[in-house]
Ligand binder design. Structure first.
Ligand SMILES: NC(=O)C1=CN([C@@H]2O[C@H](COP(=O)(O)OP(=O)(O)OC[C@H]3O[C@@H](n4cnc5c(N)ncnc54)[C@H](OP(=O)(O)O)[C@@H]3O)[C@@H](O)[C@H]2O)C=CC1
Ligand SMILES: CC1=C(/C=C/C(C)=C/C=C/C(C)=C/C=O)C(C)(C)CCC1
Length: 336
């Protein structure tokens, strides 16, 4: 009995040590712009959706540090203001420059309300941006919702397809004129490797016949890639580029709809701590595509860990991408 207990304790200790070693020795992405305030993004305006949490927040922090004017497009003003206050404080504590338009080399944070589950909200957000912003250099379509129970957006779309694809589809289209007039400019789209398990089933895009939350997430992320490729084709010759990335598995709030029994939670936390990237690690490819001179002029490509990667044929199907574009135009009501 005593031997069994000691063996179990040793196994648990060994397991914990192995997980800790994975975290600290395992492969991690290098921080692209280490410390310092290079001013690389000075004079540039960047709009990030879902910038109050996870990858969006980490991306905002880094681009702010590089001198950008960062517009945080967030659905909850209170959560967004809180995040903005924290981001400013973190930069000041790290010895960064004073934030604000008057201090040289400093970035600036602007919070604006944007609910991608409401076409009305997307339209009024864009109207405000077009009225107030003379330029837009980078748009980062980052916000996302993952495996929620069956819900519909204000306009009756299945929630994951509505927020992850359709909301961003309308947003991007309404801001294209400003991006074009600010060229060279960039659009960065955040997808997931889970796109592999999705298909664009045109006959039931709102999943009214059958709802599978994993399939719907994957379908929305496949839509992000097809959208990127079709948009890149349409933007040829405009000096506006659009690329798509997967961040890897990142420890964020994305899993909020996954129910994990209380007893298993500590183990789950340990595993995600060991195997998942931190938000700052996960945000590196977004930051790279938004700011690096290395990808100037590159468009329509898929990236992971700051390198181009191959896509499955279904994500490169031009006829599906074209049809999805046409159907999305009708769904969001921008058909000319
Ligand atoms: N974490 C991961 O392992 C992976 C993440 N991704 C992708 O990364 C992106 C960022 O997710 P991540 O940072 O992980 O998750 P978080 O949940 O931490 O952040 C998601 C952000 O999207 C916002 N959001 C959700 N719904 C809406 C809406 N209706 N309107 C406006 N904003 C909304 C959230 O706002 P609020 O805080 O108010 O809810 C939040 O700011 C997503 O597109 C996700 O699919 C891809 C692969 C893996
Ligand atoms: C860390 C953590 C969680 C987060 C899970 C995440 C972040 C899931 C990521 C999903 C992926 C990989 C999506 C790919 O597109 C939970 C479930 C809230 C439970 C507590 C610990």
């Amino acid at each position: 009995m005593a031997v069994a207990t000691v063996a179990a304790l040793l196994a648990a200790l060994g397991g914990a040590l192995w997980l800790a070693a994975r975290r600290f020795v395992g492969p991690s992405v290098k921080r692209l712009h280490r410390g310092g305030y290079s001013g690389l993004m000075h004079g540039k305006t960047v709009l990030i959706t879902g910038a109050n949490s996870g990858l969006g927040r980490a991306t905002a922090a880094e681009l702010l540090r590089l001198g950008a004017r960062v517009i945080m497009g967030c659905r909850d003003r209170t959560r967004a203001e809180e995040a903005a206050v924290q981001l400013r404080r973190e930069i000041c504590q790290a010895g960064g420059p004073e934030l604000g338009p008057d201090s040289s080399g400093a970035g600036e944070l602007v919070v604006k309300e944007l609910d991608l589950a409401s076409l009305r909200s997307v339209r009024s957000f864009c109207q405000e941006v077009l009225q107030e912003e003379p330029r837009l250099d980078v748009l980062i379509n980052n916000a996302g919702i993952f495996q929620c129970p069956y819900m519909k957006t204000e306009d009756g779309f299945e929630m994951q397809f509505g927020v992850n694809h359709l909301g961003h589809f309308l947003l991007t289209n309404l801001l294209l004129g400003l991006l074009k007039s600010s060229a060279p400019s960039r659009i960065v789209v955040v997808t997931s490797k889970l796109y592999k398990y999705g298909d664009i089933n045109f006959e039931d895009l709102n999943s009214e016949q059958n709802y599978n939350k994993s399939f719907c997430y994957s379908r929305s992320k496949l839509a992000n890639i097809l959208f990127t490729r079709e948009l890149a084709r349409r933007l040829e010759g405009t000096n506006v580029t659009v690329n798509v990335l997967h961040p890897g598995m990142v420890r964020t709030n994305l899993g909020r709809h996954i129910h994990i029994p209380l007893l298993v939670k500590p183990l789950f936390n340990l595993v995600t701590w060991a195997f998942f990237k931190t938000p700052l690690e996960g945000a590196q490819t977004s930051i790279y595509l938004a700011s690096s001179p290395e990808v100037e002029g590159v468009s329509g490509k898929y990236f992971g860990d700051c390198k181009e990667e191959e896509l499955l044929p279904k994500a490169m199907d031009e006829s599906v991408a074209g049809k999805l574009w046409d159907v999305s135009e009708v769904m969001v009501g921008i058909l000319k």
